[in-house]
Design a protein around this ligand. Structure first.
Ligand SMILES: [Ca+2]
Length: 469
């Protein structure tokens, strides 16, 4: 969905990727970012309109969020999405559609909701995408065609950060005033408007802690791609609210948000998390990377191309290993992946023998060789044909037909005469069989029914089944 702006006049292409969609998000400590890029803090814990098409009521798309605090941490407790004829409610990692709980993935023409680890992703084919981590982070993508027609906490998408969200008709609004205006009338119970007075005296003390990391080495490239000032404000706000500076613990999500924005703009942030700062512990022997690529995939999809357009931050398997999602053993060399057969798992190197094949498990795939194994093709009743693979069909013929031969340089050809029966009925009979090996006709008799046995290699046998009466 990212396109490069191309100058057809032969000049230089724009170095910055230009998005053909808008992104609105909320994360961490009640931070919001509008489609127009304005970051603001709004600690409201009611139900709010997140985004809606306010220009064309027939579009029937609306996203509402319920906000609350859980163990002292702000969360999004539930999300309600109206889209075409569906009312989707996301809550506690489950999805209700038109008030009935449904299994994920939920897939309808043009609309799907899937689960990715702990996240839920809702996609509409006309360009809406909603990603919720199940906690406090929500991201909404809308196509540019919605510019200057949305309303809600995400703003009007008109390209201006202040108008008409924080300055409208000559009146200036604070972030909290703007947020309270988005409160939905239908609350489960009365929910009072929130008030908040920032402690600006704290900003001077806390801001250097944020500057140290957000304008530090790991973000050097990012600073030239994405304006850091709004994120410095968010980080400072975080620290002033929780008064914990030593580990930047309260600001981790805002710093991570800047890193995500940098990646979206084509930048490569370096690892900024340390054991002391916002550390993330990865399961098994996975390693955290701020900008990593899934190269090898998992045991179930070795060999499938996983080429990622952009890096992502998260836990990755070390180079040369894949995630063992069959036995849950963490990251292992691909050649150690187990194979599966009929619901059972088998370690690499296991040999399994079937009547027609001998198979060895290598890198979770069965490498099989065919063994000599007879297969039967038959014609019965003059028109009922059974193939080597045991599918059956009826054919009423009136000619000589090839029943079987190899597709090239065949050492043999078996043909059959399928003719209408002489009694004038609707039946056909197998009137004769011809087996040719090389140029020699070995067998040809009429008015006799045969079964043909043909094996792999050069083994061909024709057995007289019974004589026609
Ligand atoms: Ca605006």
């Amino acid at each position: 969905m990212v396109t490069e702006e191309v100058d057809e006049g032969g000049g230089e292409a724009s170095p910055e990727p230009v998005r053909d969609y808008g992104v609105c998000s909320t994360w961490g400590n009640f931070h919001y970012k509008t489609f127009d890029g304005k970051i603001f803090y709004f600690p409201g814990t009611c139900r709010y309109l997140f985004a809606k098409d306010c220009y064309n009521a027939t579009t029937n798309f609306q996203v509402q969020i319920g906000r609350s605090e859980q163990n002292g941490y702000p969360i999004i407790s539930d999300i309600t999405v109206y889209i075409s004829e569906f009312l989707l409610e996301l809550k506690n990692a489950s999805l209700s559609v038109n008030h009935s709980i449904v299994e994920l993935p939920f897939i309808k023409p043009g609309l799907k909701v899937i689960k990715e680890d702990t996240s839920m992703r809702l996609t509409a084919d006309w360009g809406l995408e909603l990603l919720w981590d199940g906690y406090a982070r929500l991201e909404l993508h809308l196509p540019e065609s919605f510019a200057n027609r949305t309303c809600g906490l995400c703003g009007d998408f008109n390209g201006m950060t202040e108008y008409n969200e924080f300055i409208s008709n000559g009146i200036t609004r604070s972030a909290v005033e703007f947020g309270n205006l988005q409160k939905l009338e239908s609350q489960p119970e009365t929910c009072e408007d929130v008030s908040y007075s920032p402690d600006t005296s704290c900003y001077i003390i806390m801001r250097p802690h944020c500057e140290r990391i957000l304008t530090g080495l790991p973000f050097r490239e990012c600073n030239s791609l994405v304006d850091v000032s709004e994120y410095l404000n968010a980080c400072t706000e975080d620290l002033c609210i929780c008064h914990e500076t030593a580990k930047l613990v309260c600001a981790c999500s805002s710093i991570a948000e800047y890193s995500k924005e940098c990646i979206a703009a084509g930048g490569i942030p370096e690892n900024w998390r340390t054991n002391e700062t916002c550390s993330i512990s990865c399961p098994f022997n996975m390693e955290y990377q701020e900008c990593g690529y899934i190269n090898e995939g998992t045991c179930s999809d070795i060999g499938r191309s996983n080429a990622m357009e952009k890096c992502e931050s998260g836990c990755f398997c070390p180079a040369g290993t894949v995630l063992d999602n069959i036995n849950g053993l963490g990251c292992i060399p691909p050649e150690e992946c187990y194979c599966t057969l009929k619901g059972k798992t088998y370690p690499a190197g296991t040999t399994v023998t079937t009547p027609c094949q001998i198979c060895v498990c290598r890198s979770r795939l069965w490498n099989c060789k065919n063994r000599p194994c007879p297969a039967t093709c038959s014609v019965e009743g003059g028109s009922h044909i059974t193939t080597f693979d045991e599918s059956r069909y009826a054919f009423k013929g009136n000619c000589q037909y090839i029943l079987s031969q190899l597709c090239s340089n065949s050492p043999f050809t078996v043909s059959v005469y399928l003719l209408p029966s002489s009694d004038g009925g609707n039946q056909t009979i197998l009137a004769g069989v011809s087996l040719i090996v090389g140029k020699k006709v070995l067998h040809e008799r009429k008015s006799v029914l045969y079964k043909l046995y043909i094996g792999y290699g050069d083994r061909v046998s024709v057995q007289e089944e019974f004589r026609a009466p």
